[in-house]
Design a protein around this ligand. Sequence first.
Ligand code: SF4
Length: 208
Amino acid sequence: MSALTDLNTGIALCRQCEIVNTRTKSVPGEGAENAEIMFIGEAPGWNEDQQGRPFIGAAGQFLDELLASINLKRAGVYIANVIKCRPPENRDPLPTEIANCQKWLDRQIELISPKIIVTLGRYSMAKFFPGKTISKIHGTSQTQNGIIYFAMYHPAAALHQGNLRQTLKEDMMKLPPLLAQAKALKQKAAEAEAPPKPEPPVQQLSMF
Ligand code: SF4
């Protein structure tokens, strides 16, 4: 069993918040265990709660479309949420729920070790870009501890505000160059950590 599958079992058994009493299934996340890009949304909705899978409703279909626009499939990335259980009536996640669930998200990030984390929506953004406003920083990135964090609107926002559809599409197009930048960053870090190459032995000059 992989460490990530083990983690998902832990999430399924977690009863730290009251919302476990109203949720159907936990929604840990899914995708490639060694994904270079990890998308982090807000919380499961009705469809996700029924099936235990993230982003499978209308917002998920739009996310698939956005991924396809840069030649990615969901199996090639990792998709998760800030909290793993559905809040009743799709209300916003409570600060205590976000705090309780932080350990699961932190461990997921540690195990997957992505090069880029894309925050989808303001709750996810608030975790990594504290004090910022999504309307100001969407489409921008910051680097911390070798990971590039990139802020985007939540795909569900485009279902209510049609003009955000184009904004999301344009922001998504910034990901491929960012990934190239992230790879170069990792390469540089690996080179800096590598032990110095031994000096070649000094050649003795022969007298004969
Ligand atoms: S939201 Fe997270 S911390 Fe709360 S019960 Fe679900 S898995 Fe546990």
